[in-house]
Design a protein around this ligand. Structure first.
Ligand code: 4AD
Ligand code: MG
Length: 468
């Protein structure tokens, strides 16, 4: 193996701005090779774009026959050559190789990515190689562009990025879906006099978990910096094997002091619009690809999101709409119960045909921190429902009144003592505040039209699935 040239160019840049006659070096992986009588064509991809660079190999090249044997699908290569106008359709330039180095060989026979369409199920079994396919390549480029747009959106608006802990002792959502973290010997657990597990001997001296949300700590930071956001991994031991749930997913959680639910909904709408326009602008080829190959509504939907306002409807009104719907739902519709995915999708996809914000949910089905409305029956919560996906954002105005919050924590059977620091925020300079959480993988699904959430994160974690 030789060291790749540090001065090599990225293929996306060559295809965009390269000029005929220019000599360049590229490094990448062989996607295909075609041997003709007079020369051979090799397609190289380096992940910078969906398009490959077509390289023409001439028999004049030193050790041409050996080289062709070495250049197999999946091999890594460094090629120096001259750019020439391409006679082939669909590409402006190709490269005439003058020097080819095979950096790492590949056995083309056993290479799992053959030149045919593989199912996404199969590709999940080779997650270490699937990023080299067109679809997953496009997904991860879009994921990157969306991540960048998220930071830009908040930074431009003066929000501070704060880092909230992954290990925690508190259950933010109070839903009991936390994955435990321990250093105790599971085969030999220490017990208390009463026969319970003695967490006093565990690493933190009490039960610890992977966080389900950074919100509580984001609230702490918002009470000092006014507007903040988190962007990090969160974990849920939900045993739902669905196309929208992961056990490890990334969440974006803005939190704003001196803000109410309307301000929260306004931010969510501006936020989604911003990300969609940024991704359309930065990844036009990838987005075209999704529209052509995955879901032919991707581009219309994106433009629709950017151009038109979201629908806003109370939970009570949403229930009325669902009750009148001329179709039978699997789960019954009744005021006071949570909306199921089929209900959410009916509202956004069929009834309003655009992203729909449902707000003022029944107090009984929502988390303890959401602010009680004056009607005594609902809380200032809002969910953004996306066509084709359902809930993509969940947020609320927070309960800033000490007494009300204490009662809510008690009512949900949680231990008030565990939340002493959270309650302190209501003792010292409490303010109305609000925020939301965006499920980042659901956003990437929404952007790309990908049907299964496991195909929009490089290494999906789900029940019974933690390889790679
Ligand atoms: O609605 P959720 O549970 O809200 C919270 O966690 C709040 N603490 C957020 C806040 O107000 N700061 O989760 C927020 C979003 C959901 O709307 C959904 O998009 C996503 O996180 N989500 C999941 N994504 C993938 N897999 C899962 N298991 C998810 N659970 C929630
Ligand atoms: Mg939710």
């Amino acid at each position: 193996m030789s060291n790749p040239s540090p001065s090599s160019s990225r293929i996306a840049e060559i295809l965009r701005a390269g000029q005929p006659d220019e000599t360049v070096a590229v490094c990448g992986w062989v996607r295909t090779k075609r041997e003709l009588k007079k020369f051979a064509f090799v397609e190289i991809n380096d992940g910078s774009s969906m398009a490959n660079l077509q390289v023409v190999l001439d028999p004049e090249l030193p050790s041409y026959t050996d080289l062709l044997k070495q250049i197999q699908t999946g091999a890594s290569v460094e090629i120096v050559g001259q750019l020439v106008e391409s006679p082939a359709k669909g590409q402006r330039l190709e490269m005439k190789a003058s020097n080819v180095t095979v950096v790492g060989e590949s056995d083309g026979e056993t290479y799992p990515l053959q030149k045919k369409r593989h199912s996404f199920e199969f590709l999940r079994t080779i997650a270490h190689l699937r990023s080299r396919t067109n679809t997953l390549g496009a997904v991860f480029r879009v994921r990157n562009a969306a991540s960048n747009a998220i930071h830009e959106f908040f930074q431009e608006r003066g929000f501070m990025w704060v880092h909230t802990p992954i290990l925690t002792a508190s259950d933010c959502e109070g839903a009991g879906e936390m994955l435990g973290v321990t250093s105790l010997d599971l085969a030999n657990l220490p017990k208390t006099d009463k026969g319970a597990i003695d967490y006093g001997q565990d690493f933190f001296g009490k039960p610890a978990y992977l966080t389900v949300s950074g919100q509580l700590e984001a609230e702490v930071m918002a009470m000092a910096f006014s507007n903040v956001y988190t962007f990090g991994p969160t974990f849920r031991a939900e045993n739902s094997n669905t196309s929208r749930h992961l056990a490890e997913f990334w969440m974006v959680e803005p939190e704003m002091a001196f803000c109410d639910l309307v301000g929260d909904m306004d931010l969510a709408e501006a936020f989604l619009k911003y990300i969609f326009s940024a991704v359309l602008e930065q990844c036009p080829e990838d987005m075209e690809f999704f529209n052509k190959r995955i879901d032919d509504t991707v581009l219309d939907r994106a433009r629709n999101i950017i151009d038109s306002g979201f629908e806003r409807v109370t939970y009570t009104k949403a229930i009325e709409i669902l009750e009148k719907a001329d179709r039978k739902f699997e789960y019954p519709v009744e005021w006071g119960t949570d909306l199921q995915s089929e209900h959410e999708r009916y509202l956004a996809e069929e009834f309003f045909k655009k992203p729909t914000v449902v707000y003022d949910y029944p107090i009984g089905i929502k988390a303890f921190y959401m602010r009680a409305n004056d009607d005594g029956k609902t809380v200032a919560a809002m969910d953004v429902l996306a066509p084709g996906i359902g809930e993509i954002i969940g947020g609320s105005q927070r309960e800033e009144r000490l007494d009300d919050l204490t009662k809510r924590i008690e009512a949900q059977g949680l231990d008030v003592a565990d939340y002493w620091w959270y309650l302190d925020l209501r003792r010292y300079g409490s303010v109305p505040h609000a925020g939301f959480g965006l499920g980042f993988e659901r956003l990437v699904q929404f952007l790309t039209g990908m049907g299964n959430i496991r195909d929009v994160i490089p290494f999906p974690r789900a029940p019974l699935s933690i390889d790679f």
